[in-house]
Write a protein that binds this ligand. Structure first.
Ligand code: NAP
Length: 246
């Protein structure tokens, strides 16, 4: 389905990003994985991609940095010659109630989760525009749709990503490039592994489908948005949340 396509997945080393990278490779794509510091996880994902007979490139790159993202995009284009699919998935949490939220923790989350996506889109904008085709997929969150007590930084960044998605969709529609967002609910990854059992049990009770999602649930939606089947869908937000945010 993605034969001869080149995909860039930020935060592709672990969790949801890893599942997306592996699914894209399974469908024939070459994948560039950007990661923050966990080199071993990035190399493991790349090894699995190569086992499938596809090409993988791992780059340590802080998406919050304009310079590092610019350099990484240049390296990816030099290596693969093109980029067809960009998945802005890198994200962090620094939870806390608004009353005690520090400026540092607010900035860290916005810089990674929101500005990081801007950096990648900005550096790939011209190369993708020139090719007159492409897919941009931003991983938002139900927190960006509903808000979430204790996550003023995260919910703001994820809501911001939806505004960014629709803006980019409008700017690039005439060039044959789509830009969509996925809003996952509670997904089993390292990010949610740190939550207490009580929080997880409460979450599961509020999810109509009665369970947390798996990274593969998000990868399936990302594959659909990256595929020809989604050619006429742009500026959309697809919830993958077991019905949580109906
Ligand atoms: P995760 O398991 O914690 O993985 C986060 C990934 O992001 C890792 O690959 C990490 O790289 C990378 N990363 C973090 N900061 C980065 C930076 N500054 N520059 C480059 N890469 C960076 O998280 P996840 O649960 O898979 O989440 C992936 C995305 O889905 C995030 O945007 C998250 O907000 C969103 N999401 C998750 C859930 C959920 O329930 N899990 C729900 C809604 C939305 P290293 O491996 O090097 O650390």
């Amino acid at each position: 389905m993605l034969k001869n396509k080149v995909a860039v997945v930020t935060g592709g080393s672990r969790g949801i990003g890893r599942a997306i990278s592996l699914e894209f490779a399974r469908q024939g794509a070459s994948v560039a994985i950007l990661y923050a510091g966990n080199e071993q996880a990035a190399l493991e994902t790349a090894a699995q991609i190569r086992e499938m007979g596809q090409q993988a490139l791992t780059i340590r790159c802080d998406v919050a940095s304009w310079d590092e993202t610019k350099e990484s995009v240049a390296t990816i284009i030099k290596t693969f010659g093109q980029v067809d699919i960009l998945v802005n998935n890198a994200g962090i949490t620094r939870d806390g109630l608004t009353l005690s939220m520090s400026e540092e923790n607010f900035d860290a989350v916005v810089d990674t989760n929101l500005k990081g996506a801007f950096h990648m889109i900005r550096h790939l904008f011209a190369p993708m525009m020139k090719r007159r085709s492409g897919r941009i997929i931003n991983i938002s969150s139900v927190a960006g749709l509903m808000g979430n007590a204790g996550q003023i930084n995260y919910a703001s960044a994820k809501a911001g990503l939806i505004g960014m998605t629709k803006t980019v969709a409008k700017e690039l529609a005439s060039r044959g490039i789509t830009c969509n967002a996925i809003a996952p609910g509670f997904i089993e990854t390292d990010m949610t592994a740190v939550l207490s059992d009580r929080v997880k049990e409460n979450a599961e009770k509020t999810i109509p489908m009665g369970r947390m999602g798996k990274p593969e649930d998000i990868a399936a939606a990302a594959l659909f948005l990256a595929s020809d089947a989604a050619a006429y869908i742009t500026g959309e937000v697809i919830r993958v949340d077991g019905g949580l945010c109906m």
